[in-house]
Design a protein around this ligand. Structure first.
Ligand code: AMP
Length: 281
């Protein structure tokens, strides 16, 4: 496995691979890799000739009062995991390499970024689409692998690729969970033991919502209310949002219809966790 820090080198290596007819798969991450990332890397490895992983904690997607400075950085462990998963290239650019002085250009997807995490984290998706747009131009992959865990992010990036004609196929992989159902996340390690135990309520509440939909409940407010009261009963979590949105447009639905994402963000202490499930009617 090669660790590459320069954009020029990354571009040269991929264009060589492509000239020899190789299919390139790409998994962008912020590192502190866990089994969720691993599932993306495995699929990328299986389906491509050249597997590229990027690790970049992107300052532009963090708000001023968010956790950029304390976000876990574990390059040494990440490298070991990536090697084990047979990644070919681990791309680890510095902030200066990605955003040299005088950087001025941004990508913004409208409407879909107004709700859910877009509402609670102003500017977040502008940072995400800008960095992934840049990474797609640098790595020029045939296939991009994203996780359903970040459902709005996946929908927004799919739309960006379509609207801006990035010649890339986007694959969204299922959410990988801990044994108690908590969605794996690099941020879970912020949680002290008590909050970590409580956080399992999120998936229990989402599963109960799925049962409600299966039993014929179509009211978004009713479903969200059920989730809210379960979280309130079984934890000290503070709700940021609970919403039912259309899976493609990410616009809120009054009634659950077609492919719907039930998504939530909940604070446990200083840690904000997100999760979601997809239901179909
Ligand atoms: P991050 O490092 O958190 O920016 O995540 C990098 C990629 O891994 C994103 O496409 C995430 O959606 C995906 N991912 C993160 N956690 C999980 C998980 N528990 N299951 C599946 N994919 C995940």
């Amino acid at each position: 496995m090669r660790v590459v820090r320069s954009i020029r080198t990354m571009q040269r290596l991929v264009s060589q691979a492509k000239r020899s007819g190789k299919r390139v798969g790409f998994v962008p991450t912020m590192g502190a890799l866990h089994d969720g990332h691993r599932s993306l890397l495995r699929r990328c490895r299986r389906e491509n000739d050249l597997a590229v992983l990027s690790i970049f904690v992107n300052p532009k997607q963090f708000g001023l009062r968010e956790d950029f400075a304390k976000y876990p950085r574990r390059e040494h462990d990440d490298k070991k995991l990536a090697k084990k998963e047979k990644v070919d290239i681990m791309f680890v650019p510095s902030v200066k390499e990605m955003y040299p002085e005088g950087y001025l250009t941004y990508i913004e997807v409208e409407k879909m970024t107004q709700f859910l995490c877009g509402r609670s984290r102003p500017g977040h998706f502008k940072g995400v689409t800008t960095v992934v747009g840049k990474l797609l131009n640098i790595v020029t992959p045939d296939v991009l692998y994203l996780g359903q865990k970040d459902a709005q992010q996946a929908a927004v990036l799919k739309r960006m690729a379509r609207d801006l004609n990035f010649p890339v196929a986007v694959r969204v992989c299922p959410t990988v969970r801990e044994a108690d159902g908590l969605a794996m996340s690099s941020r879970n390690q912020y949680l002290p033991a008590g909050q970590r135990r409580e956080a399992a309520v999120l998936y229990r509440a989402l599963r109960e919502a799925r049962q409600g939909v299966a039993a014929g409940n179509r009211s978004s407010a009713g479903i969200a209310g059920g989730i809210r009261s379960r979280i309130g009963r079984e934890s000290s979590g503070r709700i940021d949002y609970i919403e039912c949105v259309d899976a493609d447009t990410i616009l809120p639905l009054k009634r659950i219809q077609g492919k719907t994402i039930i998504a939530l963000a909940v604070w446990f202490g200083k840690t904000r966790l997100i999760d979601n499930i997809i239901v179909r009617t």
